[in-house]
Design a protein around this ligand. Structure first.
Ligand code: NDP
Length: 336
């Protein structure tokens, strides 16, 4: 039995951002419809938390596909030749459990996370939102710029990062890649002031966003923290915002941005207005007014990785891309 290996360069070719946004909207709808099995992800931490191995399984019933993303997370890799997230998504069909493909997870993670933020932005940000602030200058910062340009009429972009040289490099590279000038801000405060759209994409452990910096009517995509013991947003930001999440169960277990204010007694579970999939199905109401601050707390879900990998797999088969490798699993056929 053969399995299709699809590498990072092929993922980039086979999943353009605009296509990925629609694949993510579809996956989150299926999640809200109850078509998905999605256990909470085990994370194995190395001593002193220098790195971790995340294991993210999931099943999409209507597509008869299941899979697992295995991803290492080494925040110290930023600025080296290695991505801070590396691994693979393994896909299986669900009639016999036959493995179908192994797809690079580094690129899927970069793309699908920003595409989900784009879905949330499309649903929650004011239609005319055009002043974008990006905090962080890594992989997610880059994919978020592409995603935000795809869904809102962006006229101004500011970036801030802890390491000023990284922010400057980001601004140079991204100004050249897109037909828009990216400005470097001296502080997170300066980047956020007056922004309509704020994407937080850092590995910060302590808040880098303060509630009194945020302009009325802004929309925030909070992406960088996916564990209970770090956060990018202070309590005031979360309290004053209308909060939407990718998934309630994951938020209550994994989201420091939610759990810190909850532990402080500032919010309770019902502060979560709904999931993005519920918004897509019209089951909950989104933005209530043009002055309200909306917040999407992103954690990242296996259903996003599996939906992205399955889409890439189908395109790869149709376009004869990837590399087929003999794996195994035909013992009976071979020995009879
Ligand atoms: P990169 O390693 O490419 O970039 C990390 C960024 O975080 C850099 O801009 C770095 O800034 C900044 N940073 C690191 N430590 C701190 C700190 N203590 N304070 C402020 N900034 C800091 O990572 P990615 O772009 O791939 O991921 C960014 C974050 O998003 C990570 O925390 C990651 O776990 C999370 N993530 C979330 C996903 C989701 O689905 N929600 C999916 C994938 C990633 P500088 O270099 O200037 O110091």
């Amino acid at each position: 039995m053969e399995i299709l290996i699809i590498n990072q360069a092929e993922v980039i070719d086979l999943l353009p951002m605009t296509e990925c946004i629609e694949v993510m909207a579809d996956a989150l709808k299926r999640l809200a419809e109850g078509d998905v099995i999605l256990p909470l992800r085990p994370v194995m931490w190395l001593p002193e938390k220098v790195g971790a191995l995340g294991m993210m399984p999931g099943y999409i019933g209507s597509q008869s596909v299941m899979g697992l993303k295995v991803v290492s997370v080494f925040p110290g890799n930023h600025g080296t030749e290695y991505d801070s997230h590396m691994g693979a998504v393994m896909l299986f069909e669900t009639q016999h459990g036959r493995p179908l493909a192994i797809v690079d997870a580094s690129e899927i993670t970069a793309l699908r996370t920003a595409a989900v933020s784009a879905v949330a932005t499309r649903l929650l940000a004011r239609p005319e939102a055009s002043d974008l602030c990006i905090l962080g200058a890594g992989v997610q910062a880059r994919s978020h710029l592409t995603a935000m340009l795809a869904v809102r009429p962006i006229k101004r972009v500011r970036v801030w990062s802890r390491n000023h040289a990284h922010a400057t490099q980001f601004a140079t590279d991204e100004s050249a890649r897109h037909t828009i000038h990216v400005e470097v801000s001296e502080s997170a405060h300066a980047a956020i002031e007056g922004a309509d759209l704020i994407c937080t994409t850092t590995a910060a452990a302590e808040p880098i966003v303060h509630g009194d910096w945020i302009t009325d009517g802004a929309h925030i995509n909070a992406v960088g923290s996916s564990v209970p013991f770090t956060r990018e947003l202070d309590t005031a930001t979360v309290v004053k915002a209308r909060l939407f999440v990718d998934r309630r169960e994951s938020t209550l277990s994994e989201a420091g941005d939610f759990l810190f204010p909850q532990r402080e007694g500032a919010i309770s579970e019902n502060h979560i207005r709904g999931e993005i999939g519920e918004l897509l199905l019209g089951k909950v109401t989104g933005r209530g007014s043009s002055t309200e601050i909306t917040l999407f707390k992103s954690l990242g879900l296996a259903v996003e990785d599996i939906a992205a990998a399955y889409h890439i797999y189908n395109r790869a088969v149709a376009e004869k891309r990837g590399t087929w490798v003999e794996l195994g699993g035909n013992r009976h056929a071979n020995t009879r």
